[in-house]
Design a protein around this ligand. Structure first.
Ligand code: ADP
Length: 790
């Protein structure tokens, strides 16, 4: 039997009614129906006997078991029963398809089942632009709901796109929404298609909002999941894999070992806790993780540091004195100060006083004294150089978040010492730089301040380290460039450089034996005689200390060693005559700075980082317009002092018998040779004035005289610094007489006696005296007369 097509079905005016409890049937949709109540079964059976058509109307309240007509909505659906299945318990299941909206006109009977007279509600088929827009909007909303995760099958989505009748589209979509019964009933009752579309759209919109909030919550939850859960899951998986591969045991063993090491390191409580916390983190990580190796390195640092380890203090002032003398020649003042310092240290147990700062030229034994102090105290000796340190991080380290971060130099050095109470030398504290990378001074202050350094904080370590048992010593070449905040905390001990005699003694007693031994040689292999040694000092080195001298001796030892290995049997003698075979041609001319008394060239004395030095000042006067030309890398102060020198000479023009207007008719050029080396300071003032006066008066300068002093505009001579170094330099250079400011007389006390004996000193307080002492009368020598006659 052919089923009649829907359009052919004629809906009768009277039919059986099945009341629905919690569902609504829409026209054109097929739904299964469970029929349980007696009256409903009777209705179903009656319908099956007729046209298979029933009225399906929903109860206003689902819980009513035996509804009366007034319990039912007036509007419902007529439906055709496509299939019926009787179930043994007496109930039935039917597949029905909605046909049309109907309105109950009248109840014909209520027993044994409802029978009603109905009126079909016609569908409103017409579409105008507005309904079209409503329809499209609805389809779009529906699709959006699908993308937001509403479970809508693909074919349903496709079907919506193909429905052309507005009312039907609204029904179809309403059916697929999670609407409450009364809401669905509102759709059934919206007879006008446009009303129905609008109603559905409102419901769908609400659904979309819910979906959107839901998806936001979802993604938030998912985010959290990815962070914690995912890591956890992965780790668990990894653990399982590792267990399978037998790796886990290795890791566990490593953890045990680290734990034991942490315990053995005897860290302070706080540090210990930190270490265990990190260990715990490590244990939870796969051993190959990048982070794991960072933690491991960190733990190694914590474990390696000497939290408790100390060298046992042994101190005996007599023994200390002996050690200092054993290792060093001379340096009496230094040794005295160091012994006093150690005595105070012995009494107070802790270093609470200022930090020792050794200031002086290179190679004068600063490091060496530091090592002896360590030896006298029975402690380890470590040193770091601060030269060129610009960045606080170099002192304090980088935070662990930096790739390849390490502790700063202080902690590294302590680690290297292996004890918490070493003698710690901070070299070149005068060369610490301050710039945009941060100020290392602040970090150094913390290191050196006994009030703070018991809890020194290193960025990498993150835990404080106690530096209060460390004996700090600093060294510098110049006092002036030490940051003032640091200088305040230091007790300065000057090292001023050695005389030739002292150098000879140091070489014979210390440097030569040390180098001979270091090269695996003995006295049987070589001998450097004293004359040769003096020649090395005078002509191969020019320094305040003995560093170069030691290098030259080492160079000779190396050559001797080679000859010995090559089969040399004789004892090799290094003499004044053959020294150039060993060291090549001499580098410096020993003797007077100038070969003859010259016009326009005066010898000055300078104080440099490497000790004292002699320097010559040359002047010439050329036709011109009164320019003052200064060359030779002169600093600001030195330039000003050149101007003062010129003004002085101008003020003395009549006395010197020179043209008073010389400065406006000529250009003056003052040059200080060794042009590449920067020079500064006021102490060349009188030298420049002397050279200029010599040029203008054509009186030569006595070549065996050297001078130093600041000059004022009116020719007063003011005191200068670095007298000892300057005098030693003059002595080294073979100068015979030195002109010094009167006020510097007292500084000669510290100059070694043998030097004072060999030099003549003149003390002046006015430039006129300098001219008298340094210049020869004009008539005798007529060399190098300047081109311009004035
Ligand atoms: P600084 O630290 O002042 O630059 P060093 O301590 O390194 O100088 O000294 C350089 C070398 O000279 C070292 O081998 C040191 O032992 C030696 N030396 C310096 N002064 C003396 C001295 N007074 N007695 C013995 N050796 C010395």
């Amino acid at each position: 039997m052919r089923e009649p097509s829907k359009d052919e079905i004629i809906i009768p005016e009277e039919m059986a009614l099945i009341p629905l409890r919690d569902m609504i049937i829409f026209p054109n949709l097929v739904v299964p129906l469970f029929v349980g109540r007696e009256r409903s079964i009777a209705a179903l059976e009656a319908a099956m006997k007729e046209e298979h058509i029933v009225a399906l109307v929903t109860q206003k309240m689902a819980e009513v078991q035996d509804p009366e007509p007034e319990d039912l909505y007036r509007l419902g659906t007529s439906a055709i029963i496509m299939q019926e299945l009787k179930i043994p318990d007496g109930t039935a299941k039917a597949l029905v398809e909605g046909l049309s909206r109907i309105e109950i006109v009248e109840f014909v009977q209520t027993e044994p089942y409802f029978r009603v007279k109905i009126k079909v509600v016609p569908e409103d088929e017409q579409t105008d632009i507005e309904t079209e827009a409503l329809m499209r909007n609805l389809v779009m909303q529906f699709e959006r709901a699908a993308t937001l995760g509403k479970p809508i099958p693909q074919e349903v989505l496709l079907a919506t796109a193909n429905i052309e009748e507005p009312g039907r589209l609204a029904d179809f979509i309403a059916f697929h929404l999670n609407l409450k019964i009364d809401e669905k009933q509102q759709i059934i009752e919206a007879v006008n298609a446009r009303d129905r579309l609008e109603k559905v759209s409102v419901f769908l919109n609400r659904e979309l909002e819910i979906l959107e909030i839901g998806s936001k919550i979802q993604s938030r939850v998912r985010d959290q999941l990815t962070k914690t859960q995912k890591e956890y899951f992965l780790r668990e998986q990894l653990k399982a894999i590792q267990q399978e591969l037998g790796i886990h045991d290795e890791q566990a063993a490593e953890m045990d070992e680290l734990k034991a090491k942490i315990k053995a390191a005897k860290m302070p409580k706080e540090v210990n806790e930190k270490a265990l916390k990190e260990l715990d983190r490590l244990a939870k990580m796969p051993p190959s993780a990048a982070e794991a190796s960072v933690i491991r390195t960190y733990l190694d640092w914590l474990i390696g540091l000497p939290w408790q380890k100390k060298s046992r203090q042994k101190f005996d002032i007599k023994a200390a004195e002996q050690i200092l003398d054993e290792d060093h020649y001379g340096l009496e003042q230094v040794k005295k100060r160091v012994l006093e310092y150690l005595a105070v240290h012995q009494l107070t147990k802790k270093i609470r006083g200022p930090i020792l700062c050794f200031v002086g030229p290179p190679g004068t034994g600063k490091t060496s004294i530091g090592k002896s102090i360590a030896r006298a105290l029975g402690r380890k000796f470590i040193r770091i150089s601060l030269g060129g340190v610009h960045d606080e991080a170099e002192i304090r380290g980088h935070r662990r978040t930096y790739v390849g971060a390490m502790p700063g130099r202080i902690i590294q050095a302590i680690n290297q010492a292996g004890t918490k109470n070493p003698v710690f030398m901070l070299d070149e504290i005068d060369k610490v730089g301050t710039d945009f990378r941060g100020d290392p001074t602040a970090a150094l202050l913390e290191v050196l301040d006994p009030e703070q350094n018991f809890a020194f904080s290193d960025h990498y370590l993150e835990v404080p380290f106690d530096l209060s048992d460390v004996v700090f010593i600093t060294t510098a070449n110049l006092l002036e460039t030490i940051p003032p905040a640091l200088r305040d905390r230091m007790e300065v001990i000057p090292y001023s450089g050695y005389t030739e005699e002292e150098k000879v003694q140091i070489a014979v007693k210390y440097l030569i034996p040390k180098q001979v031994k270091a090269h695996g040689l003995t006295n049987k292999h070589m001998l450097i005689d004293e004359k040769a040694l003096r020649k090395i000092i005078r002509e191969y080195t020019r320094e305040a200390g003995v560093r170069d001298l030691e290098r030259k001796i080492a160079s000779i030892c190396r050559q001797v060693a080679r000859k010995v290995v090559e089969g040399e049997k004789k004892r090799l003698k290094i003499t004044e005559k053959n020294i150039h075979d060993w060291l090549g041609p001499s580098k410096f001319r020993y003797g007077l700075a100038e070969e003859a008394d010259e016009v326009g060239v005066a010898t000055g004395l300078a104080w440099t980082e490497t000790g004292g030095d002699v320097l010559s000042v040359e002047t010439t006067v050329l036709p011109g317009k009164g320019n003052l030309l200064l060359t030779g890398s002169l600093g600001e102060v030195m330039r000003e002092s050149a101007q003062a020198a010129v003004s002085y000479v101008r003020s003395r023009a009549t006395i010197f018998g020179i043209d008073e207007e010389f400065h406006s008719k000529s250009d003056i050029h003052i040059h200080v040779p060794s042009g590449a080396i920067p020079k500064d300071g006021p102490s060349a003032g009188i030298t420049m004035a002397t050279a200029l006066a010599s040029t203008l008066t054509k009186r030569p300068v006595k070549r065996e005289v050297a001078m130093t002093g600041e000059i004022t505009l009116r020719g007063r001579v003011l005191p200068i610094g670095g007298v000892k170094e300057k005098v030693l330099a003059a002595h080294r250079a073979g100068i015979k007489a030195v002109i010094l400011p009167e006020e510097n007389k007292k500084d000669l006390e510290v100059v070694p006696k043998e030097v004072k004996e060999e030099l003549k000193f003149f003390f002046v307080n006015h430039m006129d005296q300098v001219i008298d002492l340094a210049l020869k009368p004009a008539a005798k020598i007529r060399r190098k007369v300047p081109a311009l006659s004035v």
